[in-house]
Design a protein around this ligand. Structure first.
Ligand code: HEC
Length: 198
């Protein structure tokens, strides 16, 4: 082949190689997790679901969530088999719960919704038939101990804040049975022992 034809051929090989090179680098370094983007909003029936009062700060709840997560309570439910015991995914594509940048984009309702209904067309199945609502919330409480350690979701600010500070600036009018005026500094009554331990 003459010199010009050879050059053309090599140029094409080069172009193709470069093309593939670019195509291959879409995902960032998230270990196959894909780019960090905000999740869709939860559907209406999940939008108003939130962590039960006091659970973010309750170590017992978090431990129960851990037992569920590792399959100790029910071997049919073993989140760790994909997401990893230490939050580092062991199956490609499973969310990395240590990734603060991603996890902080999810509200408590979104996490709860995804655990309940799964993510269509992925290995993340719906779990609501195997887990009570309470168990799903325990899992949310546990999962956040990696990327969002010590944080809780503040529904008013729509952000993760240190445990205990949610709603501090903007008292929720509807919920807390407002103590008498000037209650801002009212000593938090010792967490009412749920009679009988439930
Ligand atoms: C068979 C593997 C597998 C198991 C078991 C599994 N997951 Fe997942 N999970 C995935 C994958 C894959 C994704 C990523 C889905 C996607 O691409 O959005 C995911 C995503 C998630 C997300 C984030 C959803 C989102 O919108 O990004 C949460 C929260 C989650 N899993 C919690 C759990 C919990 C809790 C359990 C146990 C009850 C569990 N997973 C069990 C594979 C699994």
């Amino acid at each position: 082949m003459n010199r010009t034809a050879w050059m053309k051929a090599m140029t094409m090989v080069g172009a193709v190689t470069i093309g593939f090179g670019f195509a291959g680098c879409g995902g960032g370094e998230g270990g196959g997790e894909g780019p960090v983007v905000a999740p869709p909003p939860p559907p209406a029936e999940y939008a108003d679901k939130h962590m039960p009062a006091g659970w973010w700060a309750d170590d017992k709840i978090v431990e129960e969530g851990r037992q569920l997560y590792i399959g100790a309570k029910n071997p049919d439910v073993n989140c760790a088999s994909c997401h990893g015991k230490d939050g580092k995914p062991v199956k490609a594509g499973a969310r990395d719960f240590r990734n603060t940048e991603r996890m902080k984009l999810y509200s408590d309702s979104v996490w709860f919704w995804r655990i309940s209904e799964g993510v269509p067309n992925t290995k993340m199945k719906p779990w609501k038939s195997k887990l009570s609502e309470e168990d799903r919330w325990k899992l949310v409480a546990f999962e956040r101990t990696w990327g969002l350690k010590g944080q809780e979701w503040d529904g008013a600010k729509k952000a993760w804040v240190p445990v205990g500070s949610a709603g501090a600036a903007a008292p929720a009018p509807a919920e807390a049975p407002a103590p008498a005026a000037g209650g801002a500094a009212a000593p938090a009554a010792p967490a009412a022992p749920a009679a009988g331990g439930k």
